[in-house]
Design a protein around this ligand. Structure first.
Ligand code: NAP
Length: 265
């Protein structure tokens, strides 16, 4: 039985993770941490009747008292690093879905986790279909180097662009045979209208109520375009990937970045 503590348990993703863990026969939800809804019964938050487990804001105490083996973090870019440091200090593996971490943050996690005993899996997108979208984009980039990314999310998302868009751009950049030549004359009449640029790729971030998490990668070639699109229409789409990471994190030494590594793509 894998003993799991969820950080951000009262949030949109955290609640979905709690439900998913509760329904797995080889996992046990032993703790729920959040800075919101402290003292509320987790079962009632999930709409399934009292579970006799309340939300606490004391991560370290919770990990220790419940002998947790895995902490899952879906909190906030401003909170995630502190939580990961605490988990590693307690010898608890971490599965991190929170986005908005910097290269410096990832380097710190890599260094903290390199000698064990606890490992970390960080995935900017736990949806298996989104990982395949990134892989297909990587393949297409070799043949169609001209590309732009449009990512679309709900309007409560804290970071922009999405971690998935950034990761997609990195993967494409690693496979592109050439940098795209800049347009000769391009005047932005409205500032920012061409989106932001990373890895010499334009990224456009759309934020609207009603959306969950969506991305289009549009490749342009001579007389043709290729659009690769993925839609997470419900947060349950992320759960098979999160459960895979919970099961795998104990076996993967140090930092594993990206669900693609666990899927062995
Ligand atoms: P959310 O609904 O705002 O939930 C986050 C929860 O964490 C909130 O209840 C928040 O409380 C709480 N929190 C903030 N600081 C905390 C701390 N120090 N300790 C414990 N809990 C804390 O957000 P969400 O939509 O679930 O998204 C959470 C994160 O997951 C975001 O970074 C999002 O981009 C990411 N995400 C990743 C994936 C993936 O596949 N990797 C998929 C979807 C979302 P307050 O509301 O009081 O701040």
């Amino acid at each position: 039985m894998i003993k799991v503590v969820v950080a951000g348990a009262a949030g949109r993703m955290g609640r979905e993770v709690c439900k998913a863990v509760l329904s797995e026969p080889d996992m046990s939800l032993v703790g729920a941490v959040d800075v919101s809804s402290v003292g509320s019964d987790v079962g009632e938050l999930l709409g399934r009747g009292a579970l006799d487990m309340t939300i606490t804001d004391k991560l370290q105490t919770c990990l220790k008292e419940k002998s947790a083996q895995v902490m899952v973090d879906f909190t906030h870019p401003s909170a995630v690093m502190k939580n990961v440091r605490i988990a590693l200090k307690c010898g608890v593996h971490a599965v991190v879905g929170t986005t908005g971490m910097s290269e410096i943050d990832l380097a710190e996690i890599k260094s903290l986790a390199k000698d064990g005993p606890a490992n970390v899996v960080v995935a900017p997108n736990f949806a298996i279909g989104a990982v395949l979208m990134m892989k297909f984009s990587e393949i297409a980039a070799k043949y169609l180097p001209d590309v732009e990314i449009i990512e679309l999310h709900h309007n409560q998302k804290a970071d922009a662009p999405s971690g998935t868009a950034l990761k997609t751009a990195q993967l494409i950049a690693g496979k592109r045979s050439k940098e795209t030549p800049p347009n000769l004359v391009e005047k932005e009449v409205v500032k920012g209208v061409r989106g932001g640029k990373t890895e010499d790729i334009h990224i456009h971030s759309v934020r609207l109520p009603g959306l969950v998490a969506h991305q289009e990668v549009i490749f342009g070639g001579v007389g043709q375009t290729l659009t690769i699109r993925h839609d997470s229409i419900d947060r349950s789409s992320f759960m098979p990937g999160v459960l895979m990471a919970i099961r795998e994190v104990g076996r993967r030494r140090g930092l594993t970045y990206g669900l693609d590594k666990l899927m062995e793509l």
